[in-house]
Design a protein around this ligand. Structure first.
Ligand SMILES: NC(=O)c1ccc[n+]([C@@H]2O[C@H](COP(=O)([O-])OP(=O)(O)OC[C@H]3O[C@@H](n4cnc5c(N)ncnc54)[C@H](O)[C@@H]3O)[C@@H](O)[C@H]2O)c1
Ligand SMILES: [Zn+2]
Length: 385
């Protein structure tokens, strides 16, 4: 499994049972859910409920399903999953729908697993590749990475309405691009080292190819898709990027493997400075750090920094709140990133905290020089939340 140095000999690819994407797809939710269960529970925060309740109510009524929402507490902790599992038991719910961002979706999976029922992901933004996977990322109440929790099955259904994605703030799609670009950078490193994937076993050609396809689509379509979403439009580029961020990156990271970028993301959550940032924003710092750590060709690193700056992702420590911190803070980040169970040990060479510290510190001057040479703006520190 992830983060071990064992060299499995079998290959695996795992996936959700069905993936549905398109403008207005939420109108089909009832008919798809009715094939999975008869008594669903929808887990979402109030913002997402406000955006989806009327469409879901019509769709569920048409499918003969009751409509029951439960408010998500906001943090994907073990305690929150236990609380939702109790509600599931109390009402005899037989399928739980995680509705919203990655945090609500991860909690629905965990609660569904606790209660022994099936689960469905309905992302309302293309902000992460959480919806398709058979795992949740568990956090502490304070927002620090705690662990990966693995399940024996993927969601029975992933349904994403691209109209909702286009109406959401563009920052969510941008974060999803950051999460998805890391997928190929990490899959490639795992492939080089013949390392284990999150699905267990080694990567199939299919898994690695899907990770690469996600990357190719994003270089081609991310910039026009972000412009379209800023204007609340669904274009073919938006459809392509939503598929890359959600389905391809999801299958890719899970079945082709994680390496340093996500471990560094996890390390960044260990310090409060980064807590206002989206998952995919922190992951982008992990991607740049991994490229430096593995000694990728200079032109490749510079191109990646320039592209992701144009996408609107952070490419400097300044932009993730770590511009002028004491060494102790960065040391906390790299110690957490190199914890024994972390996926950084899937890199094709031995990685120690000192190396990661130097790579992380190298991000700031390199990105500043790339941005200056490309005429891109100087980085600004994030507003405090
Ligand atoms: N399990 C996995 O495989 C996996 C993979 C990647 C990320 N993750 C996890 O996903 C989480 C991050 O997810 P996230 O970045 O989506 O953040 P999030 O889930 O914390 O929140 C997203 C925010 O977006 C809002 N929102 C959602 N849709 C909206 C819309 N259409 N319009 C307006 N607002 C909307 C929600 O109200 C919420 O406040 C982290 O916990 C991360 O670890 C898990
Ligand atoms: Zn991720």
């Amino acid at each position: 499994m992830a983060g071990t140095n064992s060299k499995p000999t079998t290959r695996s690819l795992i996936s959700p049972a069905r993936y549905v994407q398109g403008p207005g797809a939420i109108a089909e939710l009832g008919s798809h859910v009715a094939r999975i269960g008869a008594n669903p529970l929808l887990l979402s925060d109030d913002v997402v409920r406000g955006l989806t309740e009327s469409a879901i109510t019509s769709s569920f009524e048409e499918a003969g399903l009751p409509v029951r929402f439960e408010e998500f507490g906001g943090m994907p902790t073990a305690a929150e999953a236990r609380r939702v599992a109790e509600i599931i038991d109390k009402h005899g719910v037989d399928v739980v729908v995680g509705l919203g961002g990655g945090a609500a979706i991860d909690t629905a999976k965990a609660a569904g697993d606790n209660a022994g029922i099936r689960w469905v992901s309905v992302p309302t933004a293309a902000s992460t590749d959480a919806p398709t996977s058979a795992l949740s990322v568990v956090y502490t109440e304070e927002g620090a990475f705690e662990s990966y929790r693995f399940y024996t099955r993927n969601p029975d259904l992933v349904l994403i309405d691209t109209r909702l994605v286009a109406n959401a703030p563009a920052r969510f799609l941008i974060a999803g691009v950051g999460d998805a670009l890391a997928t190929w950078i990490e899959a490639r490193a795992v492939q080089r080292g013949n390392g284990p994937t999150m699905a267990g076993g080694r990567a199939t050609r299919a898994g690695t190819t899907l990770a690469r396809l996600s990357w190719d689509i994003l270089w081609e379509h991310a910039l026009p898709a972000i412009e379209a979403v800023r204007a609340n439009l669904v274009t073919p580029s938006v459809e392509a990027v939503v598929e890359a961020n959600t389905l391809l990156s999801g299958l890719g990271f899970e079945s082709a493997g994680l390496a340093a970028a996500h471990a560094i993301h996890d390390g960044l959550t260990a310090v409060p400075h980064t807590h206002g940032l989206a998952h995919g924003e922190k992951v982008n710092i992990g991607s740049i750090t991994q490229l430096i750590l593995e000694g990728a060709p200079t032109a490749e690193i510079r191109e990646f920094i320039e592209f992701t700056t144009r996408v609107g992702l952070p490419t400097t420590l300044t932009e993730v709140g770590l511009g002028d911190v004491e060494d102790d803070v960065l040391r906390t980040v790299v110690e957490a990133a190199t914890a024994p169970e972390e996926t950084i040990h899937n890199m094709p060479f031995e990685v120690v905290a000192e190396d990661v510290l130097d790579a992380l510190k190298a991000v700031e001057p390199l990105a500043r020089s790339v941005r200056a040479a490309a005429g891109l703006p100087e980085p600004k520190a994030p507003k405090r939340h």
